[in-house]
Design a protein around this ligand. Structure first.
Ligand code: ADP
Ligand code: MG
Length: 240
């Protein structure tokens, strides 16, 4: 059974503008799915609906067989990873990652175990007692990801780093996510980008969004060898 099921999902903002319609999609546990498509096609909207940060206007979203349409974000077993989120400058890496668990009143032992496991997955073990200012940009980003990982979500959602982010950091993020996926093979990740090169290199399957719907779903090879329409062919074939 698919872990995540979208059936005939649609989104209208303010009851007027139809942004997405007839979205049918099934995602299996452990996939690394990339949503790709031109700016403004609804990638962030789709991700935010899955996360529960945006209301679904029509259709159903199921996770593990349970309809999630009206379930609040915190109860979906999903983490929306905000890579650009500022860290608490006065807290160590360990304290930054432990923060959400402290608020949730977890025991010290549970917190330590979760933080250490996350630090292992992100290769942050040597930096746990440092302050953010003593880290590189890439390491800081990993700490930001670590703050979601400690809550042990089954599904991770990443929205593209802002396109004005420098190219080196974009590449670092891509590598980060690929490595993280390797260390957490049973976790599902959905990554949003408008960059087809990023999509082709990261994804187990790519969902191409265009014209308010899904233009094609397939492996990078499927899309490359058998684009189902002109739009997909153009998008996959054009430079970033
Ligand atoms: P993408 O992430 O693919 O660039 P978005 O999901 O951000 O696209 O936006 C899809 C469309 O929905 C765009 O036309 C955008 O202007 C519109 N949109 C996004 N958020 C809102 C909002 N809160 N209210 C009204 N329109 C919105
Ligand atoms: Mg977006």
């Amino acid at each position: 059974m698919a872990q995540l099921k979208l059936r005939d999902v649609e989104k209208t903002y303010g009851g007027l503008v139809n942004v997405l319609r007839h979205i049918d999609l099934e995602i299996e546990a452990g996939e690394l799915i990339v949503f790709v498509g031109p700016s403004g096609c609804g990638k962030s909207t789709l991700l935010r609906m899955i996360a529960g940060l945006e209301k679904i206007s029509g259709g159903t979203l199921e996770i593990d067989g349970q309809v999630m349409n009206d379930v609040p974000p915190a109860q979906r077993g999903i983490a929306m990873v905000f890579q650009s989120y500022a860290l608490y400058p006065h807290m160590t890496v360990r304290e930054n990652m432990a923060f959400a668990l402290k608020i949730a009143k977890k025991s010290k032992a549970e917190i330590n175990a979760a933080v250490e496991e996350a630090a292992r997955a992100l290769q942050l073990e040597p930096y746990l007692d440092r302050l953010p200012k003593a880290l590189s940009g890439g390491q800081r980003q990993r700490v930001a990801i670590g703050r979601s990982i400690v809550r042990d979500p089954k599904i991770y959602l990443f929205d593209e780093p802002l396109s004005n982010l420098d190219a080196a950091l974009r590449v670092a993020t891509r590598i980060e996510i690929a490595q993280l996926k390797e260390r957490m093979p049973d976790r599902t990740m959905i990554y949003v980008t408008h960059d087809q090169v990023e999509a082709m290199t990261l994804a187990s399957r790519i969902v191409v969004l265009a014209n308010k719907g899904i233009a094609q779903v397939g492996t990078p090879l499927d899309l490359y060898e058998r684009p189902e329409n002109e739009l997909v062919a153009q998008f996959i074939g054009s430079p970033a």
